[in-house]
Write a protein that binds this ligand. Structure first.
Ligand code: GLY
Length: 578
């Protein structure tokens, strides 16, 4: 297996690009082989979490049981994004045809205000929405995972949580991926004694091969196992979290925790060249933009243009440009703002929106505003799971930036998110990912901040053929879409579809981020000739997202942990006799 050490940080280059990028030690031109199995598959960013999920499937659990176990497993073994103190989205498609999503996105605390990150002159206070106790939204992951388990799982809380509890309590022998990731952020963790206690080893750093134990996190997990949601949103964990807020000037209160609820939402549905697309609705922008872009692209024969051709790349960039302009204007929490979902995902709307597309010339973002619609109504991680019966779960979860706010709740052992930065803290001012927002995504008490997470299931003839999604902030949606285009238009194997180099455009700033090998010199020249002036190379040590995916093929289930990172796909054999 081709293993690459990776870690996510915001370096000087990343700051320039305003993007969380995955840093890797080598280029990924050499793809991993996909894992193959006939009885189920789990692909995640953490080999421990993938193994936990596969074990649950082997013990007779369904894909939902496995996804929930993976969620708690990631909270232990992939702490930069897996979490108890963050939020996420799950798209579920059961073998009986049921399709539903669970939104456990963080919420603004009850005392949050529109201008809470502005100074007296109305200017944004740098770092307040990302590196302070005020950055934390009310965590949703625990509520979501437990609600999903209760409604669609078959196992007990104890069964799905025990592996994560044991991992936290017995410890993990650190590999390069985790040891280097902790060491790199030592200075940031040092600001908070509880964070330093978890992620640094005395005054030094953890080394590869060290045993890393998390007793406080194990105790927090135990309380959830014993008392369910009350074991997190009430009682000792809630007391510790509120005490952490009071110590650091944060806003989350007992009432915010007690009243937090995950929400069951109807998925965004679309079609693309005979396939059905099922993805996440607002408060994620992911599903809406994905379907909108696919609608714009459907009229253009990408397969005939060819993978990696200047014509195909140009066409995709122009779809991205228009969709992200709509994101800034129209997308937010549907419980607070009338997001025009039906119109934005309508094929006729896409046709009109793409009518000014010039196949020979780059558009200019300054000329493209959000489409008019009749008013009607980095770091994240993605896991894909499927079981023998065809139950499928796409699950994306996050603390927002890598290790969220970097603040561990003292005594409780888990990190707080810094998801408040995903709100538009000021109209038309870019957030960490460089995306702007307006009224639809302004801060309001109790509102969910807009996300780009795009857990997605693609169906063919009524059955799931692809489960996919990605981390990467605003780049999540374009990464997810390119995996889908690679499979449907370019007929790639899963290994190629996930590994192939990608690019990203998001309307503003008006530039294209380009992974190594995405553009040959002559393709680049053609694109520049069309007017794509800003083709920014991410370099061989940077990459866009990691799309851990599962695909159903004639050979069985294939699983791919994106070769841009560590992690693994673990398959399960069908029990004999089935
Ligand atoms: N925090 C990244 C996202 O939700 O899009």
């Amino acid at each position: 297996m081709y293993y690459r050490a990776i870690f996510c940080i915001r370096l000087a280059t990343a700051a320039l690009l305003n993007l969380t990028v995955v840093i890797s030690s080598t280029a990924w031109a050499k793809a991993r082989e996909a894992e193959l199995a006939d009885g189920g598959m789990v692909a995640t960013r953490s080999s421990w979490a993938s193994q936990i999920g596969a074990d649950i499937l082997s013990q007779g659990g369904n894909a939902v049981d496995a996804a929930v176990a993976v969620g708690f497993g990631l909270a232990v073994s992939y702490p930069s994004a897996g979490n108890l103190g963050g939020g996420g989205f799950m798209v579920i498609r059961l073998a009986d045809g049921t399709v539903i999503t669970n939104d456990h996105r963080e919420k603004a605390p009850g005392n949050a205000t529109k201008d809470m990150f502005l100074d007296e002159n109305g200017d944004v206070v740098k770092g307040l929405s990302t590196r302070s106790h005020l950055a934390a939204g009310v965590p949703g992951s625990v509520a979501g995972l437990l609600d999903v388990l209760e409604k669609y799982g078959t196992m007990t809380r104890a069964q799905v949580m025990q592996p994560a509890i044991e991992l936290a309590s017995n410890g993990i022998v650190l590999d390069r991926d985790l040891a280097e990731s902790f060491a790199r952020r030592k200075r940031e963790f040092a600001k908070y004694p509880a964070s330093a206690a978890v992620f640094t080893k005395g005054s030094g750093s953890y080394q590869i091969g060290d045993l890393w134990r998390q007793p406080d996190l194990a105790a927090s997990l135990e309380r959830i196992k014993e008392r369910g949601k009350a074991g997190f949103y009430q009682g000792e964990t809630a007391d510790l979290l509120v005490a952490e807020m009071q110590r650091g000037g944060g806003l989350i209160s007992h009432e915010d925790l007690r009243s937090y609820e995950s929400v069951w939402r109807e998925p965004i549905r679309g079609t693309y060249r005979g396939h059905e697309i099922v993805s996440m609705p607002p408060p994620s922008s992911g599903g809406v933009l994905l379907v909108q872009m696919l609608n714009m692209l459907e009229a253009h024969d990408l397969a005939a243009m060819g993978y990696g051709s200047a014509q195909a790349i140009h066409t995709i960039i122009e779809a991205e440009r228009r969709a992200y302009a709509d994101r800034a204007q129209h997308l937010g929490d549907v419980d607070f703002y009338p997001v025009p979902i039906t119109q934005l995902t309508d094929k006729e709307y896409a046709k009109a929106r793409f009518a000014n597309f010039d196949p020979t010339k780059a558009g200019r973002s300054e000329d493209i505003e959000a489409g008019r619609v009749p008013v009607e109504s980095m770091e994240t991680t993605h896991a894909s799971v499927i079981d023998a019966k065809g139950n499928a779960v796409a699950y994306t979860t996050t603390l927002n930036l890598s290790y969220g706010s970097k603040i561990v709740v003292a005594g409780a052992g888990f990190l707080l998110n810094n998801e408040m930065d995903d709100f538009s803290v000021k109209e038309n001012v870019a957030n960490y990912y460089g995306v702007i927002g307006r009224e639809a995504n302004r801060i309001e008490a109790g509102k969910r901040m807009l996300s780009s997470m795009t857990p997605t299931i693609v169906l063919k003839e009524g059955a799931p053929i692809l489960v996919t999604g990605s981390p990467g902030g605003s780049t999540i949606i374009t990464t997810t879409m390119q995996v889908i285009l690679n499979v449907i238009d370019h007929q790639m194997s899963l290994s190629d579809a996930v590994s192939s180099p990608r690019f990203h455009h998001q309307w503003l700033p008006d530039r294209v981020l380009v992974e190594p090998f995405a553009l040959s010199p002559d393709t680049r020249a053609v694109l520049e000739g069309m007017g794509h002036a800003q083709l920014l190379d991410l370099g061989t040590r940077f990459s866009l997202g990691d799309a851990n995916s599962v695909m159903r093929t004639e050979r069985g289930y294939e699983g791919m942990a994106d070769p841009r990172n560590a992690g693994s796909a673990v398959g399960v054999a069908k029990p004999s006799g089935e």
